[in-house]
Each structure stands twice: as structure tokens, then as C-alpha cells.
Design a protein around this ligand. Structure first.
Ligand code: GTP
Ligand code: MG
Length: 202
């Protein structure tokens, strides 16, 4: 799929104030600093579209970007940033939960996992919660450029093995790098295919 246009639309703390209408949206979630905003910039080819930072906790709102005037990318705040105050952590948790559970337009939630690390309880618990709530999701392993291919493959396989302990069928997954743009075509093709199916069903 070609990205012809990508524009920022609005930031919200309240899911009820997000754009109305029926255009499908694809949201990006994961731990703070996992690379959500960088991935959005890499996918759209617009460097400063989503705000990124080397410090965790940059994105605090629900951010909508409209792509090709026909679907949305949504940048969400990260979970699991321990340096935040308890109050702020509670607010972020509420934003994430209400968006994920209430946003009818959300077609697929991409859960980002840092490819360098062993499976972490915080991500596994989040994925389990998605399952309990019947949320459609796919997994994106990020920062692939930081590992040699052997180690990268081993980590991905280890993750899939861990997931298969609880999931009968594994979710779709992608291996990406915002640094060298790997995984971009696959991810855009996946989104394009879903958009096509939605259109032919409507
Ligand atoms: P929050 O908004 O704080 O939750 O973080 P985020 O998940 O949006 O992460 P962000 O995109 O801001 O990236 C965090 C840091 O990781 C930045 O310093 C990025 O440059 C770096 N980073 C993100 N993706 C990649 C990648 O694919 N490769 C490398 N080497 N660095 C990356
Ligand atoms: Mg961010």
C-alpha cells in the first residue's frame, strides 16, 4: 500500500471525543519507549508526525492521524513507565483501557514488543487481557536493527513459544525497525488487506 497522505488530526484524553465516523483505525500500544511513535513515523514516511523521545513517557494522549483520507493510525501512551506518579499511571491506564474497550472503530491493535528482551510479564499480562476481552490484535517486534539476525530470530521464536503456552492460535506478527525501515511493506500490506476486506463487506 502506498501512503499518499498522512496528517495529524487531534489529541484526546477522552475516548468519547475521538473522531466520529466509521473509518477503520489501527492503534499502536506497548511499553513506554518501545518505539510506537517512531514506527508510526517510519510507516508514514513523515519524520516528525508522531512525537518521539529517547526518554520514556513521551506520548500521553490518544493521537489520531488520518492516512490517505480513508483510515486512521492511532498513537497511544505507553504502559509500564515506573517513574510516573501513581496518579498519572492511573490516568494513563484509564486512557488505554477505555480506548481499547470502547473504541468501535478500532480494527486492529498492534502490540509492540522490544525484540531485544525476553518475554516480560507486563506485556504478557496485557496480551492476556486483550484475549479475555476479545480484542483483535497483532504483535510487532521493534528495534530489530539492534540485534544480529540469529539473536533476533531466536528472541522472536522464544516469544512465540511463550505465547503458545496460552494461545491455541498465534496472532499475526511482524518484525520491524524504524531505523532501517524493515517490516514496513509487510505491515502496510496487512493493513491494506484488512481495509480491502472491510470495504468489500460494506
Ligand atoms: P512513549 O511515547 O514514551 O510511550 O514511547 P514510544 O513507544 O512512542 O517510543 P519512541 O518512538 O518515542 O522511541 C523511543 C526511543 O527508541 C527513541 O530514542 C527512538 O529513537 C528509539 N527507537 C524507536 N524505534 C527504534 C528502532 O527501530 N531502532 C532503534 N535503534 N531505535 C529505535
Ligand atoms: Mg510515543
Amino acid at each position: 500500500m502506498e501512503i499518499k497522505s498522512a496528517e495529524f488530526v487531534i489529541s484526546n484524553t477522552d475516548v468519547r471525543k475521538c473522531p466520529s465516523g466509521t473509518m477503520p483505525e489501527y492503534a499502536f500500544i506497548g511499553r513506554s519507549n518501545v518505539g510506537k511513535s517512531s514506527l508510526i513515523n517510519m510507516l508514514t514516511g513523515r519524520k516528525g508526525l508522531a512525537m518521539t523521545s529517547s526518554k520514556p513517557g513521551k506520548t500521553l494522549l490518544i493521537n489520531h492521524f488520518i492516512i490517505n483520507k480513508s483510515w486512521y493510525i492511532v498513537d497511544l501512551p505507553g504502559y509500564g513507565y515506573a517513574q510516573r506518579s501513581t496518579k498519572e499511571q492511573g490516568q494513563i491506564k484509564h486512557i488505554i483501557q477505555s480506548y481499547v474497550l470502547e473504541r468501535a472503530q478500532m480494527t486492529c491493535l498492534f502490540v509492540l514488543i522490544d525484540s531485544r528482551h525476553e518475554p516480560q510479564a507486563i506485556d504478557l499480562n496485557f496480551i492476556e487481557w486483550l484475549g479475555e476481552n476479545g480484542i483483535p490484535f497483532a504483535i510487532i517486534f521493534t528495534k530489530a536493527d539492534k540485534l544480529k539476525s540469529g539473536k533476533l530470530n531466536a528472541n522472536v521464536q522464544q516469544y512465540l513459544k511463550k505465547l503458545s503456552e496460552t494461545w491455541e492460535e498465534l496472532p499475526p506478527y511482524f518484525v520491524t525497525s524504524s531505523e532501517n525501515r524493515s517490516g514496513r511493506e509487510e505491515l502496510l500490506a496487512y493493513i491494506g488487506q484488512i481495509n480491502k476486506e472491510l470495504k468489500s463487506n460494506s
